[in-house]
Design a protein around this ligand. Sequence first.
Ligand SMILES: NC(=O)c1ccc[n+]([C@@H]2O[C@H](COP(=O)([O-])OP(=O)(O)OC[C@H]3O[C@@H](n4cnc5c(N)ncnc54)[C@H](OP(=O)(O)O)[C@@H]3O)[C@@H](O)[C@H]2O)c1
Length: 347
Amino acid sequence: MRTQKLPHSELEVSCVGFGLSGQPSWTPGPITNDDIDRVSRLMQCALEAGVTLFDTASPYGLGRSETVMGQVFERAPSLRERAIVQTKCGQIMTDDDGNLVTPRIDLSKREIISSAERSLRRLKRDRIDILLLHQPTPLMRPEEIVAAFTALHESGKVRYFGVSSFSPEQITLIQRLFARRLVVNQVQVSLYHPRRIIDGMGGTLCVLEHLDLVHQRLSGVATPAVKARHWVPAGDSIIDYCRIEGVQVQAWSPLRHRLPGAYQPQTDFTTLDARLAKLARELDVSAHAIALAWLLKHPAAIVPIMSTSNPEHIFQNAKAAEIQLSESDWYALLRDAIEAVEAPSGC
Ligand SMILES: NC(=O)c1ccc[n+]([C@@H]2O[C@H](COP(=O)([O-])OP(=O)(O)OC[C@H]3O[C@@H](n4cnc5c(N)ncnc54)[C@H](OP(=O)(O)O)[C@@H]3O)[C@@H](O)[C@H]2O)c1
């Protein structure tokens, strides 16, 4: 699998990352040998397939995701050396004693530092490669965030910093005070959540709708017309902003989260899924690999963070890096995706 330089850093990361939000499960309870064996196998397979970037977060599995990764690294030090570990802080699900509390986002200096230190202990590492703020919060104070980042960097505990689901303005609030560069923004973008790809392209969609009608009239062939009239006003152009500033865009939930309705509108993706399946048959790959290849074709060098509990699926998904989607197939998938999310039942 090809790699790319993480902007403003010395790190080379794989063009597809592996997420461990569901590994092991969120079901509380002691970690078993089976959990460690299973995650170890997934991580081994990911590395074998060329994936070097591993994404976790302090709240995943209420800390169990990081803890299991730490156990895996302890068993196999070669994995520790090869894996680039990215984790996140700020999402609060439990108190200091591990009791469940009403979730909130806390980006105070105290919480960022203590969360990173807890992550290091669980991961059994001396240093976190990349630490992300999991979500922005209306209560965040940039000076506190920058003070925490600076302390963590100066003490050698964190190499690089980034954010997740931040807008351009929220990134700027921090970056203007921070002497180092924020290197990652992990956002939700995929065929199942395509709006960020067409941010600022409202005019293009209107033209496409017009061209579709002209094409239909001239050829007599009905194309699935882009419904620009349902178009929701442009968002924050976060992908263009990250391209300008040299911030790596990572795509979370690039496939379809296992919980129906989680992270995506309750939408009918039948037409999109049928086209993915047809292309998959033609190219002799899995439909999931096509969905990842669709993101990889974007010139912003988006890094999808995929997840699976099935080692075989890792190898299938890694083939995405070799797929060359034609522009017409890319546009056909975009049309189906827009049609699904813009249909009246979509959110
Ligand atoms: N920053 C954030 O706020 C945020 C939020 C959500 C997620 N994330 C990150 O993004 C990562 C991925 O997101 P996600 O967990 O929502 O899931 P995802 O990667 O979008 O989708 C995972 C689902 O796809 C299925 N799948 C994957 N490959 C497949 C294949 N080849 N064939 C059939 N099914 C396949 C998996 O089932 P199987 O297990 O059966 O393969 C699973 O149900 C997370 O682990 C996490 O690291 C970050």
